[in-house]
Design a protein around this ligand. Structure first.
Ligand code: FAD
Length: 463
């Protein structure tokens, strides 16, 4: 230690970096965290939290529409975007302060500055100071992709700017078919914007179960969102406060905002990684790490989005915690990345854990599918044209539930509980032995008796 200023230097005060710093400090390490923007990182400042607040706010519109069937007369409603943004900013500032206090309380020191490598043990701060560290944790997260340099790209916003718009756009074009694009499509549509989603593939939500992809698309279209697939944005022209978005299919669209949500890349640029000898994973562009989150340099670790493994807050947190326990807590922990539950806070919401039908069929010889689509009880009175989707993917040999997919209100809340059962390797018989809770939508998960389809892959027979 004598040669080092700190035991651990954490680059990045986001979800993963903060957890690692606090736990390492708790284990008695001398820790410094550098954060160049705001403590809390993407999730707290411009990701999960403000996004969820916007989703909740925009969903009120649907509640108001549905109220009439239950006898409510709501004479006049109005919505004020600046109030929403200001209240959201207040809450984010509160959380940022809480993150700062919690790190300081743990005994770690925060440096509000950018930090880059000089060599494997030396960090240079933007203030000009250098700090020598025994271990370094890279937790710099990721940033939105801008895509190819199309003409007019400077007019396009990302999710970062979407949280701070001065006005609610009357019309918005959103390019992207992943969760961030669809969540913002639902947010803007809920607040009354006319929304068009542009996606280059044949359907939105690539990587999700095919039934989920179709169901979400049809439900979003029913709610008035236009989804154009098989095309891309080729050019954006500006005319004062309006834009014309040109598409690869030859058509064009007018709007007040154009947003791209076409993926995110790990923040590895200009970090001085080459000076430290840290290797990049050629498959995903993130920092290459082993199962302990150790990089190609023995005293440097990387966790969270900068490794581009599973870009989710709880994953970054768990990886940060495991790193700190392993290196400073004398308790080696490897993160098990299987069965990570995921939600898309689109409207309607998606919740999923485990394998999709296609993944299960590729990995297992016998796969049973249990699927139901039904009108939720609320819709019977509200008159809303909507259906819930629930699907279980089961190993036909062991009866183990391999995957669960839900589209509908509270899908994310439901899937969090189902994830425990899936992680515990529950069987379909365990689901069936569980009492239904009536009347709920989730009771369908324990009352689907007959498979909708059974797949059996025949073993290859020698000629
Ligand atoms: P981050 O939280 O990104 O933190 C990295 C920090 O490092 C940043 O604060 C950055 O300023 C700082 N930094 C970078 N370089 C330097 C440097 N050289 N020096 C000093 N500081 C530096 N995940 C979910 O689980 N659920 C969701 O609902 C969800 N919604 C999302 C919605 C949006 C719009 C976005 C963009 C993301 C969302 N995510 C969600 C993903 C989630 O935010 C990330 O997975 C998570 O924040 C990753 O944590 P991290 O610690 O790896 O990085």
């Amino acid at each position: 230690m004598a040669d080092y200023d700190v035991d651990l230097f954490v680059i990045g005060g986001g979800s993963g970096g903060v957890r690692a710093a606090r736990i390492a400090a708790g284990h008695g390490a001398k820790v410094m965290v550098a954060e160049e923007y705001r403590m809390g990182g993407t999730c707290v400042i411009r990701g999960c939290v403000p996004k969820k607040l916007f989703v909740i706010g925009s969903h009120v519109h649907q509640e108001i529409e549905d109220a009439a069937g239950f006898g409510w007369t709501i004479p006049q409603v109005s919505f004020d975007w600046p109030t929403l943004v200001a209240n959201k900013d207040k809450e984010i500032a509160r959380l940022e302060a809480a993150y700062t206090t919690n790190v300081e309380k743990s005994g770690a020191h925060i440096a509000k500055t950018r930090a880059v490598f000089e060599d494997a043990h030396t960090l240079r701060l933007a203030t000009g100071e250098t700090v020598k560290a025994n271990y370094v944790l890279i937790a710099t997260g990721g940033a939105p992709n801008h895509g190819p340099e199309i003409p007019g790209i400077e007019h396009v916003i990302s999710s970062n700017e979407a949280f701070h718009l001065a006005e609610l756009p009357r019309r918005i074009v959103i390019q992207g078919g992943g969760y961030i694009a669809l969540e913002f499509a639902g947010i803007f549509a809920g607040f009354g914007s006319d929304v068009t989603v542009i996606y280059r593939g044949d359907n939105i939500l690539r990587g999700f179960d095919e039934d989920v992809r179709e169901h979400v698309r049809s439900e979003m279209e029913k709610r008035g969102i236009t989804i154009l697939t098989g095309c891309t944005v080729t050019k954006v022209d500006r005319h004062g406060k309006e834009f014309t978005t040109h598409l690869s299919n030859g058509s064009s669209l007018a709007s007040e905002k154009v947003m791209f949500a076409i993926g995110r890349h790990p923040n590895v640029a200009n970090l001085g990684l080459e000076k430290a000898g840290v290797a990049i994973n050629p498959n995903n562009g993130g920092i290459a790490v082993d199962a302990w989150s150790k990089s190609s340099v023995s005293n440097i670790y990387a966790i969270g989005d900068v490794t581009h493994r599973h870009n989710l807050t709880p994953v970054a947190i768990r990886e940060g915690h495991a790193f700190a326990d392993t290196v400073f807590g004398k308790r080696p922990v490897q993160v098990d990345h299987s069965n990570i539950p995921t939600a898309v806070f689109s409207q309607p919401e998606v919740g999923m854990v485990g394998l999709t039908e296609a993944e299960a069929r590729a990995q297992f010889s016998h796969v049973d599918i249990y699927k139901t689509s039904f009108r939720p009880i609320k819709a019977t009175m509200s008159g809303r044209d909507t259906r819930v989707l629930m699907k279980l993917v089961v190993d036909g040999v062991s009866d183990r539930v391999l995957g669960c997919h839900i589209v509908g209100d509270c899908a994310a809340e439901t899937i969090q509980a189902v994830a425990i059962a899936v992680k515990m390797k529950a069987t379909k018989a365990d689901f069936d032995a569980t009492f239904a809770l009536h009347p709920t939508a989730a009771e369908e998960l324990v009352t689907m008796r007959t498979p909708t389809v059974r797949y059996v892959r025949q073993a290859a027979v020698a000629p």
